[in-house]
Design a binder for this molecule. Structure first.
Ligand SMILES: *Cc1c(COP(=O)(O)O)cnc(C)c1O
Length: 450
């Protein structure tokens, strides 16, 4: 029925293969570089990643089979629903059609378990016993805590200290699933100890927490590192989002004119948009728009350059849009969007004009999230509110021009652990913060020379 609110698939419709966009990119991805300026070898990556993930990271094969134990875990919440936002459309009085793919139905409340399940599986297969990771808003830490336990792995999460303090229930959720959670910077690693020596009140950052988690994984052979976004294999796993969405839209005979997704490290952007990219290459008119915060404007105002993925400089160099690896993000309330860099694949496709990007201010994102909650019911994660803002803006533009475009966005998660941020917004305590040009210039002057 075309006037359905929810468009649902059967469990047998969960994709059997992930889609690798590298096979359809106009140019091959730029290689990651090691400290010597030479392309990183699979061997070097194997100190912190299992062989299967290293292979996926460098693969150009179009379709990669999803192992059955991973699909078994996906069945706990996938296929996720696609909704037609009829009540929001009505409230806006727009002729546009608005669809959203809701990833908040996963146990952790976001799209992140789509990759966590795969990463835990391949690590277990490789005989690894422990996983380390970092988490900002708590979404990735929760995801790896959830599936790590299911595959019998111990999980240690370095949680950015401000989030650790602001989000105690994210911490207890991870502990419920059996993970150990530490506030970062911690005194367990050299990176953490140095940061604390320089500033005992260091609030932490995603880049610093990555340094701690990588340092620990590199120092122990039974331990590997997991990353919740940015890397090619993470975006690969997230393509289940776009692949399901395509099927769901086919069911109602529709196709998007514009797709919006919130952009932190790029995993839900890639996950939703990559499966539509081959159509675009084949001449289909479709706009793919990443939405980021004004306060962390990586794609819209960063530089396209080789930079480290972490603060200390332990990761390989990646060619990406970056605000500088020592970027200290302001404490905005979309913690998942506060990363200094971006996926190399998303960055290259943006550079080549295939993806677009917009930056939106914080207050306007909460305003959009509240309009959404009042009409569609779901309280969105602050990260997701960015995509909602851009979608509403486009829908209002359609109202002016009278165009009935089909708009689609990823509702990447729910905001049930973010009510503290909503509280602040409702109390009028949040502000807009546009990242200053001088700070961008300064951070970029510390970019590694290659
Ligand atoms: C982590 C997160 C994001 C942003 O991360 P990407 O890697 O850019 O996808 C967006 N929304 C939610 C709910 C998140 O948890």
């Amino acid at each position: 029925m075309s006037d359905n609110h929810k468009i649902l698939l059967d469990e047998k419709d969960i994709p059997t293969h992930w889609y690798n966009v590298v096979a359809d990119m106009p140019n091959p991805p730029a290689p990651y570089l090691g400290p010597d300026g030479q392309p990183v070898t699979p061997d070097a990556m194997s100190t912190i990643f299992p062989p299967a993930l290293v292979e996926q990271e460098m693969s150009a094969q179009r379709w990669i089979e999803i192992p059955e134990p991973v699909r078994e875990i996906y069945r706990l919440w996938r296929p996720s629903p696609l909704y037609r936002a009829r009540r929001l459309e009505q409230a806006l009085g727009t002729p546009a059609k608005i669809y959203y793919k809701y990833e908040g139905v996963s146990p952790a409340g976001s799209h992140k378990p789509n990759s966590a399940a795969a990463q835990a599986y391949y690590n277990q297969q490789a005989g690894i016993k422990r996983l380390t990771t970092e988490t900002g808003a708590g979404q990735w830490g929760s995801s790896i805590a959830l599936v790590g336990g299911m595959f019998g792995l111990d999980v240690r999460v370095y949680m950015v200290k401000v989030s650790y303090q602001q989000k105690p229930f994210r911490r207890s959720m991870m502990q419920t699933w059996g993970a150990e959670v530490l506030a970062s910077p911690s005194d367990l690693t050299q990176a953490g100890r140095e940061a604390l020596a320089a500033d005992a009140n260091n609030p932490g950052s995603l880049g610093l927490a990555i340094s701690e988690a990588v340092e620990e994984a590199a120092s122990r052979s039974d331990t590997n590192y997991t990353l919740g976004s940015v890397l090619n294999h993470v975006l690969l796993h997230q393509t289940v989002i776009g692949l399901e969405t395509r099927k769901q839209l086919e069911k109602v005979g529709d196709y998007p004119d514009v797709i919006f997704a919130p952009c932190g490290g790029g995993s839900n952007v890639g996950g939703m948009m990559f499966p539509f990219l081959a159509d675009k290459a084949a001449g289909k008119e479709i706009r793919l728009v990443a939405v980021e915060p004004d306060s962390c404007p990586t794609l819209t105002r960063g530089h396209y350059a080789y930079d480290f993925g972490d603060t200390v400089g332990l990761t390989p160099l990646m060619l990406m849009y970056t605000l500088g690896h020592d970027f200290m993000p302001p404490s905005i309330h979309a913690g998942g969007l506060r990363y200094h860099g971006d996926s190399a694949l998303v960055s290259q496709l943006y550079k080549e004009g295939i993806l677009e990007a917009v930056a939106v201010p914080q207050l306007a994102t909460f305003e959009a999230g509240i309009s959404f909650a009042k009409t569609e019911g779901i309280v969105p994660a602050p990260e997701s509110c960015h995509a909602i803002r851009a979608t509403i803006d486009e829908a209002m533009h359609c109202k002016e021009t009278g165009e009935s475009k089909t708009l689609l966005f990823t509702l990447s998660g729910h905001g049930h652990f973010d009510m503290g941020s909503y509280d602040k917004y409702l109390a009028g305590e949040l502000e807009d913060y546009e990242y200053p040009e001088a700070a961008i210039k300064d951070a970029l002057s510390h970019l590694p020379q290659v």
